[in-house]
Design a protein around this ligand. Structure first.
Ligand code: NIG
Ligand code: FE
Length: 403
């Protein structure tokens, strides 16, 4: 197998100590900084990492790339996106700024159902092309693993198509970009269904069975919220997914404390996402589980809502990730690194917590356990920046330093 070598990065953040602590209770030093660092790897795994002064003799004759002046972190992961959609909702953004309420926006034809129309108007080829362009932009920020949810088709045929589009994206993008295919037909209730129960029964559950048979989905997700999907809907979906051996995720406690985080832990969900309204009992449940709390600060900022109480999760020892939630309505920002850099001071996160949230813990939120730190034996997935210090990466909000 071909061995590749980077020598003399000015600085790398290995996240080795964070990895040893399973991404919880992190101190700044858990970033695991090494200066003048070198990395040796093959296609499958990292073989050696350390200060160049200790570079192993056995690799000395292999040609290496000079990485001086550059820095490196474990691969950035965006563990929550909705990149497959048609149309946009710019007018909703301005309506909101101009004082319209959620109800007024919905009455004017806004919301998820607006994107449902925009998505159903486009063909499979058109949607694939748009999503491919979006993934390309996201990857240009140094993001190497991207979770993509279906959920703007909202009928059997279109949701089937969306899941296949994500599967096509996965094949087109690999190995450089790794796509995780999340089935989220349970995103909103289309107008032609009298209840969420009927939509679950006629569309979501039968489609899940079909997708499981075709073996193209990696996870299942659902929007648990008043006027969306109830606790009973979540339970019926999660029980079916458990039986089919497909991991689950949940949009939980976004606007109200619906006890979605607790529900997530009961089904060993990979992650519970949003969590703006989660109470102390939800935090307690998460702390005693492997379910990652995925915070989506871009959404709170975009909607002008309050933010999740990040410190309460972090101080309790919950595993916390940050993702973009990139979607046409509630967060039309595709840059998870910028979102995390913006959120860290607001959330009072230290540097280890910040980087772990978009690398190690974000990969765990997708069920990927063999990446997220620069340690021999883990997969060689990392992000390189054209700057000599990790500090400068997040200091430069929104400036793209990725190579
Ligand atoms: O994660 N919360 C539900 N779904 C999306 C928003 C979707 C939309 O408004 O189009 C989210 O924020
Ligand atoms: Fe979402």
């Amino acid at each position: 197998m071909t061995i590749k070598i980077f020598r003399n990065f000015s600085e790398i953040a290995t996240l080795k100590p964070a990895h040893e602590k399973d991404g919880r209770n992190l101190k700044p030093s858990d970033l695991g900084i090494i200066k003048n660092a070198s990395i040796v790897y093959d296609q499958e795994q990292i073989l050696w990492v350390g200060p160049d002064s200790e570079f192993p003799q056995e690799y000395a004759d292999i040609q290496a790339i000079d990485a001086s002046g550059k820095s490196c972190v474990p691969e950035i992961v965006d563990s929550h996106t909705h990149v497959v959609f048609g149309g946009d909702r710019a007018s909703e953004y301005s309506m909101r700024l101009n004082g319209a309420t959620y109800e007024e926006i919905a009455a004017a034809g806004g919301g998820i159902l607006n994107s449902m129309t925009g998505t159903n108007e486009l063909s499979r080829t058109e949607l694939l092309k748009l999503a491919q362009q979006r993934i390309k932009t996201i990857a240009s920020y140094g993001v190497g693993t991207i979770e993509v949810k279906s959920g703007y088709g909202l009928n059997f045929e279109k949701e089937y198509e969306l899941t296949h589009i994500i599967h096509d994206l996965k094949n087109i993008c690999r190995p450089d970009v790794q796509i995780i295919n999340t089935f989220m037909a349970a995103h909103a209730i289309p107008k032609d269904y009298a209840s969420s129960y009927l939509y679950m029964k006629e569309v979501v559950l039968p489609l899940l069975d079909r997708m499981a048979e075709e073996q193209i989905i990696d996870c299942v997700d659902i929007f648990h919220e008043q006027n969306y999907f109830s606790e009973e809907d979540v339970i019926s979906l999660f029980e079916r997914a458990n039986r089919l051996n497909i991991p689950v995720k949940i949009h939980a406690d976004e606007f109200n404390d619906n006890k979605g985080a607790i529900l997530a832990t009961r089904y060993q969900a990979l992650s519970a996402d949003h969590l703006l309204a989660t109470g102390a009992d939800g935090i307690e449940a998460l702390k005693n589980s492997n379910t990652v709390a995925t915070l989506l600060p871009g959404t709170g900022l975009f909607l002008g809502k309050t933010q999740a109480n990040a410190r309460a999760f972090l101080d309790a020892g919950v595993k916390v990730a940050i993702a973009s939630d990139y979607n046409p309505g509630s967060c039309h920002c595709d840059n998870v690194l910028m979102i995390a850099s913006l959120a860290a001071p607001m959330y009072k996160m230290n540097m280890a917590e910040l980087w772990c949230a978009i690398t190690l813990n974000a990969s765990h939120a997708l069920g990927i356990r063999n990446q997220g730190a620069l340690i021999p034996g883990l997969r060689p997935r990392f992000t390189v920046f054209n700057t000599d210090s990790i500090d400068r990466v997040t200091y430069n909000w929104g400036k793209n330093l990725a190579i």
